[in-house]
Design a protein around this ligand. Structure first.
Ligand code: GCU
Length: 378
Protein backbone atom coordinates (compact mmCIF):
# COMPACT_ATOMS: atom_id res chain seq x y z
CA UNK A 1 0.00 0.00 0.00
CA UNK A 2 1.31 3.43 -0.92
CA UNK A 3 0.32 6.90 0.22
CA UNK A 4 -2.02 7.04 -2.80
CA UNK A 5 -3.82 3.78 -2.17
CA UNK A 6 -4.18 4.12 1.62
CA UNK A 7 -7.57 4.50 3.26
CA UNK A 8 -8.48 8.13 3.96
CA UNK A 9 -12.19 7.53 4.43
CA UNK A 10 -13.36 7.92 8.03
CA UNK A 11 -16.37 5.71 7.22
CA UNK A 12 -14.04 2.81 6.52
CA UNK A 13 -12.27 3.06 9.87
CA UNK A 14 -13.18 -0.07 11.87
CA UNK A 15 -14.86 0.14 15.26
CA UNK A 16 -12.04 0.40 17.74
CA UNK A 17 -11.60 -2.17 20.47
CA UNK A 18 -8.80 -0.77 22.60
CA UNK A 19 -7.36 -2.26 25.74
CA UNK A 20 -8.13 -0.50 28.99
CA UNK A 21 -5.06 1.15 30.52
CA UNK A 22 -6.49 0.56 33.97
CA UNK A 23 -7.21 -3.17 33.87
CA UNK A 24 -4.22 -5.45 34.28
CA UNK A 25 -3.71 -8.60 32.22
CA UNK A 26 -5.04 -10.59 35.17
CA UNK A 27 -8.14 -8.41 35.32
CA UNK A 28 -7.08 -6.32 38.33
CA UNK A 29 -8.39 -2.77 38.48
CA UNK A 30 -5.54 -0.25 38.57
CA UNK A 31 -6.26 2.92 40.51
CA UNK A 32 -3.19 4.13 42.36
CA UNK A 33 0.29 5.28 41.43
CA UNK A 34 1.82 2.25 43.10
CA UNK A 35 -0.52 -0.20 41.33
CA UNK A 36 0.27 1.53 38.06
CA UNK A 37 4.03 1.57 38.56
CA UNK A 38 4.28 -1.92 40.06
CA UNK A 39 1.88 -3.87 37.85
CA UNK A 40 0.34 -2.14 34.89
CA UNK A 41 3.13 0.05 33.56
CA UNK A 42 5.59 -2.87 33.39
CA UNK A 43 3.02 -5.00 31.55
CA UNK A 44 2.41 -2.29 28.97
CA UNK A 45 6.12 -1.54 28.65
CA UNK A 46 6.80 -5.23 27.97
CA UNK A 47 4.09 -5.37 25.31
CA UNK A 48 5.57 -2.38 23.47
CA UNK A 49 9.04 -3.83 23.78
CA UNK A 50 8.16 -7.34 22.65
CA UNK A 51 5.46 -6.66 20.06
CA UNK A 52 6.30 -3.23 18.63
CA UNK A 53 9.72 -1.64 19.09
CA UNK A 54 12.18 -4.23 20.38
CA UNK A 55 14.56 -3.91 23.29
CA UNK A 56 16.85 -1.01 24.07
CA UNK A 57 19.74 -2.57 26.00
CA UNK A 58 20.91 -0.43 28.91
CA UNK A 59 24.22 -2.02 29.84
CA UNK A 60 27.71 -1.11 28.66
CA UNK A 61 31.17 -1.07 30.23
CA UNK A 62 32.33 2.48 29.69
CA UNK A 63 31.29 5.79 28.18
CA UNK A 64 33.64 8.67 27.37
CA UNK A 65 33.21 12.11 25.87
CA UNK A 66 35.64 14.03 23.72
CA UNK A 67 34.98 17.57 22.60
CA UNK A 68 36.49 17.89 19.15
CA UNK A 69 35.84 20.79 16.83
CA UNK A 70 35.83 20.47 13.12
CA UNK A 71 32.95 22.45 11.74
CA UNK A 72 32.79 26.23 11.77
CA UNK A 73 30.21 27.51 14.21
CA UNK A 74 27.47 29.09 12.08
CA UNK A 75 26.28 31.27 15.00
CA UNK A 76 29.51 32.55 16.59
CA UNK A 77 27.89 35.78 17.86
CA UNK A 78 25.36 34.06 20.08
CA UNK A 79 26.39 30.47 20.64
CA UNK A 80 29.34 28.24 21.38
CA UNK A 81 29.41 24.97 19.47
CA UNK A 82 30.71 21.80 21.04
CA UNK A 83 31.12 18.89 18.68
CA UNK A 84 31.31 15.87 20.88
CA UNK A 85 32.34 12.32 20.18
CA UNK A 86 30.60 9.94 22.54
CA UNK A 87 32.35 6.58 22.72
CA UNK A 88 30.65 3.60 24.32
CA UNK A 89 32.50 0.37 25.05
CA UNK A 90 31.09 -3.07 25.68
CA UNK A 91 32.77 -6.47 25.66
CA UNK A 92 35.98 -5.06 24.26
CA UNK A 93 34.36 -3.26 21.31
CA UNK A 94 33.46 0.39 20.92
CA UNK A 95 31.14 2.62 18.95
CA UNK A 96 31.52 6.39 18.59
CA UNK A 97 28.59 8.69 17.86
CA UNK A 98 28.71 12.44 17.32
CA UNK A 99 26.53 15.19 18.74
CA UNK A 100 26.52 18.87 17.82
CA UNK A 101 25.80 20.96 20.84
CA UNK A 102 25.13 24.71 20.99
CA UNK A 103 25.31 26.66 24.26
CA UNK A 104 24.19 30.26 24.69
CA UNK A 105 27.05 32.75 24.94
CA UNK A 106 25.14 34.99 27.31
CA UNK A 107 23.98 33.90 30.73
CA UNK A 108 25.75 31.60 33.12
CA UNK A 109 23.41 28.68 32.92
CA UNK A 110 22.80 25.94 33.73
CA UNK A 111 20.57 25.99 30.66
CA UNK A 112 17.60 23.77 29.89
CA UNK A 113 18.49 21.54 26.97
CA UNK A 114 16.68 20.50 23.80
CA UNK A 115 17.88 17.45 21.88
CA UNK A 116 16.65 16.82 18.35
CA UNK A 117 17.15 13.44 16.73
CA UNK A 118 17.85 14.44 13.15
CA UNK A 119 17.62 12.22 10.08
CA UNK A 120 17.70 14.69 7.22
CA UNK A 121 20.76 15.09 5.03
CA UNK A 122 23.12 17.96 5.79
CA UNK A 123 21.78 21.23 4.53
CA UNK A 124 23.45 22.49 1.31
CA UNK A 125 25.08 25.56 2.91
CA UNK A 126 26.87 23.39 5.43
CA UNK A 127 24.42 24.01 8.26
CA UNK A 128 23.42 20.91 10.17
CA UNK A 129 19.74 21.30 9.38
CA UNK A 130 17.29 23.70 7.85
CA UNK A 131 16.74 26.58 10.28
CA UNK A 132 13.03 25.98 10.63
CA UNK A 133 13.56 22.28 11.28
CA UNK A 134 16.14 22.99 13.97
CA UNK A 135 15.91 26.70 14.82
CA UNK A 136 19.16 26.97 16.75
CA UNK A 137 19.39 30.80 16.93
CA UNK A 138 15.80 31.15 18.16
CA UNK A 139 16.27 28.46 20.77
CA UNK A 140 19.54 29.99 21.93
CA UNK A 141 17.92 33.43 22.21
CA UNK A 142 15.22 31.89 24.38
CA UNK A 143 17.89 30.62 26.75
CA UNK A 144 18.07 26.97 25.76
CA UNK A 145 21.11 24.90 25.02
CA UNK A 146 20.36 22.70 22.05
CA UNK A 147 21.92 19.65 20.50
CA UNK A 148 21.24 17.23 17.72
CA UNK A 149 22.70 14.05 16.43
CA UNK A 150 22.13 12.36 13.12
CA UNK A 151 20.33 9.01 13.34
CA UNK A 152 22.98 7.43 11.14
CA UNK A 153 25.76 8.21 13.61
CA UNK A 154 24.10 5.46 15.65
CA UNK A 155 22.47 3.13 13.11
CA UNK A 156 22.06 3.47 9.33
CA UNK A 157 18.49 3.96 8.11
CA UNK A 158 18.57 1.13 5.59
CA UNK A 159 17.00 -2.32 5.72
CA UNK A 160 20.15 -4.17 4.75
CA UNK A 161 22.69 -2.25 6.81
CA UNK A 162 20.93 -0.86 9.90
CA UNK A 163 22.95 -3.27 12.08
CA UNK A 164 26.23 -1.84 10.83
CA UNK A 165 26.38 0.86 13.49
CA UNK A 166 26.22 0.31 17.22
CA UNK A 167 24.00 -2.80 16.99
CA UNK A 168 26.52 -5.26 15.54
CA UNK A 169 29.41 -3.65 17.41
CA UNK A 170 27.97 -3.35 20.89
CA UNK A 171 24.92 -5.60 21.06
CA UNK A 172 25.33 -8.34 18.41
CA UNK A 173 23.26 -10.79 20.46
CA UNK A 174 20.22 -8.62 19.70
CA UNK A 175 20.34 -9.46 15.99
CA UNK A 176 17.75 -12.01 14.95
CA UNK A 177 15.80 -11.92 18.23
CA UNK A 178 12.09 -11.46 17.55
CA UNK A 179 12.08 -8.60 20.06
CA UNK A 180 15.66 -7.51 19.39
CA UNK A 181 17.01 -3.99 19.03
CA UNK A 182 16.20 -2.38 15.67
CA UNK A 183 16.85 1.06 14.17
CA UNK A 184 14.22 3.07 16.10
CA UNK A 185 15.51 1.62 19.37
CA UNK A 186 19.09 2.31 18.34
CA UNK A 187 18.29 5.98 17.68
CA UNK A 188 16.57 6.13 21.06
CA UNK A 189 19.70 4.64 22.62
CA UNK A 190 21.65 7.48 20.99
CA UNK A 191 19.41 10.00 22.75
CA UNK A 192 20.18 8.31 26.06
CA UNK A 193 23.90 8.60 25.47
CA UNK A 194 23.48 12.30 24.65
CA UNK A 195 21.65 12.60 27.98
CA UNK A 196 24.67 10.95 29.67
CA UNK A 197 26.73 13.80 28.27
CA UNK A 198 24.29 16.50 29.41
CA UNK A 199 24.08 15.08 32.91
CA UNK A 200 27.78 15.61 33.55
CA UNK A 201 27.90 19.02 31.81
CA UNK A 202 28.16 21.91 34.29
CA UNK A 203 26.25 24.30 32.00
CA UNK A 204 23.27 22.02 31.43
CA UNK A 205 20.20 21.73 33.61
CA UNK A 206 19.44 18.16 32.58
CA UNK A 207 16.35 18.11 34.77
CA UNK A 208 14.85 20.58 32.32
CA UNK A 209 15.37 18.48 29.24
CA UNK A 210 13.37 18.13 26.07
CA UNK A 211 13.65 15.30 23.57
CA UNK A 212 12.31 16.13 20.11
CA UNK A 213 11.77 13.96 17.07
CA UNK A 214 9.96 14.40 13.79
CA UNK A 215 8.23 11.57 12.00
CA UNK A 216 10.48 8.47 12.15
CA UNK A 217 12.59 10.07 14.86
CA UNK A 218 9.40 11.14 16.67
CA UNK A 219 8.62 7.42 16.97
CA UNK A 220 12.16 6.87 18.27
CA UNK A 221 11.88 9.77 20.74
CA UNK A 222 8.69 8.34 22.25
CA UNK A 223 10.19 4.89 22.71
CA UNK A 224 13.40 6.40 24.11
CA UNK A 225 11.46 8.40 26.66
CA UNK A 226 9.42 5.34 27.67
CA UNK A 227 12.80 3.71 28.39
CA UNK A 228 14.54 6.65 30.00
CA UNK A 229 12.87 8.73 32.72
CA UNK A 230 15.54 11.44 32.55
CA UNK A 231 13.63 13.31 29.80
CA UNK A 232 11.33 15.91 31.36
CA UNK A 233 9.54 16.70 28.07
CA UNK A 234 9.07 14.58 24.98
CA UNK A 235 7.84 16.14 21.76
CA UNK A 236 6.86 13.93 18.81
CA UNK A 237 5.91 15.85 15.68
CA UNK A 238 3.88 13.99 13.04
CA UNK A 239 5.15 10.65 14.27
CA UNK A 240 2.20 8.80 12.72
CA UNK A 241 2.06 5.02 12.39
CA UNK A 242 4.04 3.26 15.11
CA UNK A 243 4.34 6.58 16.97
CA UNK A 244 1.45 8.77 18.03
CA UNK A 245 -1.30 7.30 15.83
CA UNK A 246 -3.60 4.41 16.68
CA UNK A 247 -2.72 1.40 14.51
CA UNK A 248 -6.18 -0.16 14.72
CA UNK A 249 -7.73 2.74 12.78
CA UNK A 250 -5.92 1.56 9.63
CA UNK A 251 -6.13 5.12 8.33
CA UNK A 252 -3.24 6.40 6.22
CA UNK A 253 -0.10 4.36 6.81
CA UNK A 254 -0.80 0.89 8.21
CA UNK A 255 1.32 -1.60 10.13
CA UNK A 256 1.77 -3.72 7.00
CA UNK A 257 2.75 -0.69 4.91
CA UNK A 258 5.36 0.52 7.39
CA UNK A 259 6.83 -2.91 8.05
CA UNK A 260 7.21 -3.68 4.36
CA UNK A 261 8.91 -0.38 3.51
CA UNK A 262 10.94 -0.11 6.70
CA UNK A 263 11.53 -3.66 7.97
CA UNK A 264 14.51 -2.40 9.98
CA UNK A 265 12.59 0.03 12.21
CA UNK A 266 10.46 -2.15 14.46
CA UNK A 267 10.84 -5.50 16.23
CA UNK A 268 10.36 -8.47 13.93
CA UNK A 269 7.34 -9.42 16.06
CA UNK A 270 5.51 -6.31 14.82
CA UNK A 271 5.26 -7.99 11.39
CA UNK A 272 2.75 -10.46 12.87
CA UNK A 273 0.21 -7.67 12.76
CA UNK A 274 0.59 -6.73 9.09
CA UNK A 275 -3.01 -6.43 7.86
CA UNK A 276 -4.06 -7.83 11.26
CA UNK A 277 -4.00 -4.74 13.42
CA UNK A 278 -7.10 -5.89 15.27
CA UNK A 279 -4.98 -8.70 16.76
CA UNK A 280 -2.53 -6.31 18.40
CA UNK A 281 -2.65 -6.83 22.19
CA UNK A 282 -2.14 -3.06 22.64
CA UNK A 283 -2.39 0.17 20.71
CA UNK A 284 -0.52 3.47 20.67
CA UNK A 285 -2.95 5.08 23.15
CA UNK A 286 -0.99 3.21 25.84
CA UNK A 287 2.30 4.89 24.95
CA UNK A 288 1.90 8.33 26.63
CA UNK A 289 1.14 6.51 29.89
CA UNK A 290 4.64 5.03 29.85
CA UNK A 291 6.03 8.58 29.85
CA UNK A 292 3.64 10.02 32.47
CA UNK A 293 3.84 11.93 34.72
CA UNK A 294 6.56 13.51 32.61
CA UNK A 295 5.32 15.83 29.87
CA UNK A 296 4.45 14.59 26.41
CA UNK A 297 3.39 16.63 23.40
CA UNK A 298 2.15 15.59 19.95
CA UNK A 299 1.49 17.58 16.83
CA UNK A 300 0.00 16.93 13.41
CA UNK A 301 -0.35 18.70 10.07
CA UNK A 302 -3.61 18.84 8.15
CA UNK A 303 -1.83 17.99 4.92
CA UNK A 304 -0.20 14.92 6.49
CA UNK A 305 -3.07 12.44 6.28
CA UNK A 306 -0.56 9.60 5.83
CA UNK A 307 0.31 10.08 9.53
CA UNK A 308 -3.42 10.09 10.49
CA UNK A 309 -3.86 13.33 12.48
CA UNK A 310 -7.08 12.12 14.09
CA UNK A 311 -5.35 8.88 15.13
CA UNK A 312 -2.50 10.95 16.61
CA UNK A 313 -4.96 13.11 18.52
CA UNK A 314 -6.82 10.07 19.86
CA UNK A 315 -3.47 8.60 20.88
CA UNK A 316 -2.74 11.52 23.18
CA UNK A 317 -6.35 12.17 24.19
CA UNK A 318 -6.82 8.59 25.41
CA UNK A 319 -3.20 8.32 26.49
CA UNK A 320 -3.46 11.34 28.76
CA UNK A 321 -5.77 9.41 31.08
CA UNK A 322 -2.75 8.06 32.96
CA UNK A 323 -1.56 11.61 33.69
CA UNK A 324 -4.99 12.73 34.84
CA UNK A 325 -6.49 9.66 36.50
CA UNK A 326 -3.37 8.11 38.06
CA UNK A 327 -1.12 11.11 38.63
CA UNK A 328 -3.84 13.71 39.25
CA UNK A 329 -2.70 16.14 36.57
CA UNK A 330 -5.11 18.62 35.05
CA UNK A 331 -4.84 16.77 31.78
CA UNK A 332 -8.33 15.95 30.54
CA UNK A 333 -8.56 16.40 26.77
CA UNK A 334 -12.14 17.46 26.27
CA UNK A 335 -12.71 18.51 22.68
CA UNK A 336 -13.51 16.07 19.93
CA UNK A 337 -10.85 16.13 17.22
CA UNK A 338 -13.30 17.65 14.72
CA UNK A 339 -14.11 20.49 17.14
CA UNK A 340 -10.52 21.55 17.84
CA UNK A 341 -10.06 25.29 17.55
CA UNK A 342 -6.47 25.65 18.57
CA UNK A 343 -3.74 23.96 20.52
CA UNK A 344 -4.65 21.95 23.62
CA UNK A 345 -2.12 22.85 26.30
CA UNK A 346 -2.75 21.04 29.56
CA UNK A 347 -0.73 20.03 32.57
CA UNK A 348 1.94 17.66 31.21
CA UNK A 349 0.14 16.79 27.96
CA UNK A 350 -0.53 18.80 24.84
CA UNK A 351 -1.36 18.75 21.17
CA UNK A 352 -1.66 21.00 18.17
CA UNK A 353 -2.54 20.64 14.52
CA UNK A 354 -1.50 23.20 11.93
CA UNK A 355 -2.11 23.84 8.26
CA UNK A 356 0.42 22.55 5.77
CA UNK A 357 2.37 19.46 4.94
CA UNK A 358 4.55 16.88 6.65
CA UNK A 359 7.46 18.84 8.16
CA UNK A 360 8.83 20.21 11.41
CA UNK A 361 8.33 23.96 11.08
CA UNK A 362 8.87 27.09 13.13
CA UNK A 363 5.10 27.15 13.83
CA UNK A 364 5.44 23.71 15.45
CA UNK A 365 8.35 24.85 17.62
CA UNK A 366 6.53 28.03 18.59
CA UNK A 367 3.43 26.20 19.77
CA UNK A 368 5.45 23.53 21.53
CA UNK A 369 7.49 26.21 23.35
CA UNK A 370 4.24 27.84 24.50
CA UNK A 371 3.34 24.48 26.01
CA UNK A 372 6.74 24.34 27.71
CA UNK A 373 6.32 27.87 29.11
CA UNK A 374 2.82 27.06 30.30
CA UNK A 375 4.07 23.99 32.13
CA UNK A 376 7.16 25.53 33.76
CA UNK A 377 5.50 28.80 34.69
CA UNK A 378 2.16 27.44 35.77
C1 GCU B 1 7.64 7.72 5.67
C2 GCU B 1 7.07 6.70 6.62
C3 GCU B 1 6.58 7.33 7.91
C4 GCU B 1 7.64 8.20 8.50
C5 GCU B 1 8.12 9.21 7.46
C6 GCU B 1 9.27 10.10 7.92
O1 GCU B 1 6.61 8.52 5.17
O2 GCU B 1 6.03 6.02 5.94
O3 GCU B 1 6.20 6.34 8.85
O4 GCU B 1 7.17 8.83 9.66
O5 GCU B 1 8.59 8.51 6.33
O6 GCU B 1 10.05 9.69 8.76
O7 GCU B 1 9.37 11.22 7.39
Amino acid sequence: MSQNTANYDENKVPDLILSDPFVSEKGKLIQTVSEWEKFRRPEIFRLFQDEVYGQIPKDFDKISFEVISETANPYPEIADLEEVNITVERNGKSHTMRINFFLPKTGKGPFPVILLINYLPKYPDGKLADEAFWPVPELIKKGFATASFHAETVAPDLADSFQNGMISTLYPEQIGQANGLKALGAWGWGAMRAMDYFQQHPKVDSKKSILVGHSRTGKAALWASANDPRWAFTYANESGCGGAALSKRKYGETVGAINRRFPHWFADNFQKYNEKEEQLPLDQHLLPGLIAPRAVYYSSAKGDQWADPKGEYLGIQLGSRVASEIYGKKAVFEPEFEALEGPVHLESVGYHIREGKHDLTWKDWELFLEFWDFNWKR
